[in-house]
Design a protein. Sequence first.
Length: 308
Amino acid sequence: MILKENYLDKLKKRIPKNIVIEKVSDKEIHLANEYLESRKELEFSFSPLKSHFGNNWNYEEYPLGYFMRNTDNNAIVGFLGTICSKRQINNNEVVCCNLVHWYVEKEFRLFAYAFFVPLFEKKIIVYATTPRTSIIGLYKKLGFEVKTMKYTAGLSINILSLFSKNYGRFLISTNNQEIEDNLNIRDKQIYQDHKKLNCIHFVVLDKEKKLEPCYFIAKKNKRYRLSVLDLIYVSNIEKYIKFSPEIFTKISLFFKIIFIGQTYFKEEDRLKYNPLFLTRTVDKLLPIKSFNNYYIFDILYSDKVLFD
């Protein structure tokens, strides 16, 4: 990391004195939204910022984003949104920061890296689930690892599974109380943090009670003009993988949707519900700066969930 730190030090010295980076707390959300809405070439789909995950969040310590300001005329010339959250990783609480809505006026884009100075002063994981490919090189120079996420979507009804002896073994419940009653402590926190968002929560229950309940968070999205149920989170996934055809078919019929998508990092976490020729897989890049060798391997607490 020494080379990367030296590189950051060099970049700090190149930041003009008239450029400052300012925190955007929950009290300035409207200013950030007004600024972004007034821009004509954002290069991303704008969704209004809002307070996000957890109660009593300290938006002074971990803000909603940062403004870049030109002190010569006091004008805002850029913005970087930060979706911060507290995650339990290896039984340790770690603050994670998802980068969103990065925009800098053309004449100041040479100094876009200035946003990373306050971020790197914190002991947090920093990552971007929707990075622009044009700045992947900058992420690498700043010490980010570039991981590959995979997204697989396809026809989710498996006809043969309807005749499987395991098809009738599982039940789906969307009842809020039944969901909470069947979650462990970790998943209860995830549920509380996400239940007010535009997500679908449900549990798959095993009638034979041999498997613990499987908790799902999903969102309905449009992909190639088709309605797709995208899976955001699946708990104890390793226990249910071999029943993927039965469970996906049951989910499809329950929610009246025939396409399901899943984002995953490891091939062994992919729920295989139909032959490959009935699915499509694409790679997505995820720049991430770990903290104490801690990483995130899901898209919870990110713009993928917060914005529609």
